[in-house]
Ligand binder design. Structure first.
Ligand code: NZQ
Ligand code: ZN
Length: 391
C-alpha cells in the first residue's frame, strides 16, 4: 500500500425530505447571498425548486438563480455565472442537479475569486487557490461530483473537455434524498450506474499491490450497485435500491476507494473525447469504452481481472485458466450493461470508424503522447481501443 492523504470534508445529509434542511445548512455555513444554479428544468417540473426557495426564504436567505446548465457543461454559462457572482457579491453557490450542474457551479465558484480567465485552471496555467463555498442538492447519482474535488467543463471553442482540480472546490455540504431520483429517465439512471462503476474500475485497475482492504471495499460496492441496479431499472420508486445507488455513487468517487494505490483514468480520457466531440452522455460513452479497454488490457495483469471476475461477477474460479476467467468477467460486465439498456458499441452511439482520426487528434491535444497508469497508453493503443469498441 502506498502512503496517502485522505481528505473528504463534505457534510453529507442523506435521506427522505432532507432537501427541506437546505435553509438551515446554508445558515450554518454563513451564506448570505446565494446563487441557485440548475439545469434545463427538471427541478422546476418536479417542484424541487419551489421547495428549496421556500426553505431559504423562510430563513431570510437572499438568492439569485441561474439555470440552463446542459449535460457536458459549457464554459459560456460559467462566464455568465462568474459575472453575476462578482457584480452581485454572491457568497455561496447552491447547485441543484447532477454532475453537470455541480461542475459548472465549481468552475463559477473558482472563477468568481480569480481576476484572470477561469479557463486558466483547466489549461493548467493557474491553480485554484480559493473559491466561493458550494452546497449541493443532488438529483442524479452518477458523477460523484458532490464529494469530489474535480470540475469537468467543455470549452465551446474547439470542443475541449477538461478537468480542473482543487480541494477548494469540494462542496461544503451535499444533500442526497434518494426520492429525488424517482423522476430520472431509465437512460439517465443507467448511465449514472455505469459512471459510478467506472469510477471504481479506474481505481481498481492498478499495479499497486497489497491494498486488500480497498479491493474488498471496491468489490462490495460494485456488487451492491449491480444488485440495486437490477431493481431500480424495474422499480424506479424502490427507495432502498435508489438509496444504495445514491450512496454508492458518492463513495465511488470521494476518494476512499482510491487510497493507497495508483489510479488509472485512461478510460475516462478515452470517453471524454466522445462527450466533447459528439455530446455523448458520459455514462453511455463509458459503457462502450470500458469493455473495449478491458479486453485490450487484460494481459497487462490477468490475475487482477480474474479477481474482478470472481469477486464481482460471480464467475467460477479456475486458477489454471486465469485468462478464461478474466474474459468471462469482462463479458459478464458487457452483458450487464446491455441488460440495463446501455450501448456497448460506438455504432450504437452514432460514432463510426471514420471518426477515430478526429478522436485521436483531440485526445493527443488533451493528453499528450501517453496517458493512463494501469497500462500506459500511446495514441496507437488508443486507436486500437476505439477500433475494438466499434463492433
Ligand atoms: O438539466 P435537467 O433538466 O436537470 O436534466 C438532467 C440532465 O438532462 C437530468 N436529470 C437530473 N436529475 C434529474 C433529471 N431528470 C429527471 N429527474 C431528475 N431527478 O439528467 C440529465 C443528466 O444530468 P447530468 O448532470 O449531466 O448528469 P451526470 O450527473 O451524469 O453528470 C455528467 C457530467 O459530469 C462529468 C461528466 O463528464 C459530465 O460532464 N463528470 C464529473 C466528474 C466530477 N466532477 O468529479 C467525474 C465524472 O467522471 C464525470 O466526468
Ligand atoms: Zn465518470
Amino acid at each position: 500500500m502506498l502512503n496517502f492523504e485522505f481528505h473528504s470534508p463534505t457534510e453529507f445529509v442523506f435521506g427522505k425530505d432532507t432537501e427541506l434542511q437546505v435553509g438551515k445548512l446554508l445558515k450554518s455555513y454563513k451564506a448570505k447571498k446565494v446563487l441557485i444554479h440548475y439545469g434545463s428544468g427538471s427541478i422546476k417540473r418536479s417542484g424541487l425548486f419551489d421547495r428549496v426557495v421556500k426553505a431559504m426564504t423562510e430563513l431570510n436567505i437572499e438568492y439569485l438563480e441561474l439555470g440552463g446548465v446542459v449535460p457536458n457543461p459549457r464554459d459560456t454559462l460559467v462566464y455568465e455565472g462568474i459575472k453575476i457572482c462578482k457584480e452581485e457579491k454572491v457568497d455561496f453557490i447552491l447547485a441543484v442537479g447532477g454532475g453537470s450542474v455541480i461542475d459548472s457551479a465549481k468552475a463559477i465558484a473558482a472563477g468568481a475569486k480569480y481576476t484572470g480567465d477561469f479557463w486558466d485552471f483547466f489549461d493548467r496555467k493557474a491553480s485554484i487557490k480559493s473559491a466561493l463555498k458550494i452546497g449541493v442538492i443532488l438529483t442524479i447519482p452518477a458523477a460523484g461530483s458532490e464529494g469530489s474535488p474535480v470540475s469537468v467543463i467543455t470549452k465551446t471553442e474547439g470542443l475541449l473537455k477538461r478537468g480542473g482540480y482543487s480541494q477548494e472546490i469540494r462542496p461544503t455540504f451535499a444533500i442526497i434524498n434518494p426520492e429525488l431520483t424517482y423522476t430520472l429517465p431509465k437512460y439517465q439512471t443507467a448511465a449514472g450506474i455505469v459512471d459510478m462503476m467506472s469510477h471504481i474500475f479506474e481505481r481498481y485497475l492498478t499495479k499497486t499491490t497489497d491494498v486488500i482492504l480497498t479491493d474488498r471495499l471496491s468489490e462490495a460496492t460494485l456488487v451492491s450497485i449491480i444488485e440495486a441496479a437490477k431493481i431500480v431499472m424495474k422499480e424506479p420508486t424502490n427507495y432502498e435500491a435508489r438509496a444504495t445507488i445514491c450512496w454508492a455513487g458518492t463513495i465511488a468517487h470521494n476518494g476512499i476507494l482510491g487510497v493507497g494505490r495508483q489510479e488509472d483514468w485512461g478510460t475516462h480520457a478515452l470517453e471524454h473525447e466522445l462527450s466533447a466531440l459528439f455530446d455523448v452522455t458520459h455514462g453511455a460513452g463509458l459503457a462502450v469504452m470500458f469493455p473495449a479497454y478491458m479486453k485490450y488490457t487484460v494481459n497487462e495483469d490477468v490475475q487482477r481481472y480474474r479477481r474482478l471476475a470472481v469477486k464481482v461477477f460471480g464467475i467460477k474460479d479456475k486458477p489454471k485458466k486465469p485468462l478464461k476467467v478474466a474474459m468471462a468477467g469482462i463479458h459478464e460486465l458487457e452483458k450487464f450493461f446491455k441488460e440495463i439498456l446501455m450501448p456497448t458499441t460506438l455504432d450504437e452511439i452514432n460514432v463510426h470508424k471514420e471518426d477515430i482520426d478526429r478522436l485521436i487528434e483531440k485526445l493527443h491535444i488533451n493528453r499528450g503522447d501517453k496517458f493512463g497508469f494501469f497500462k500506459e497508453l500511446s495514441m496507437e493503443d488508443a486507436r486500437k481501443i476505439y477500433e475494438l469498441a466499434c463492433k
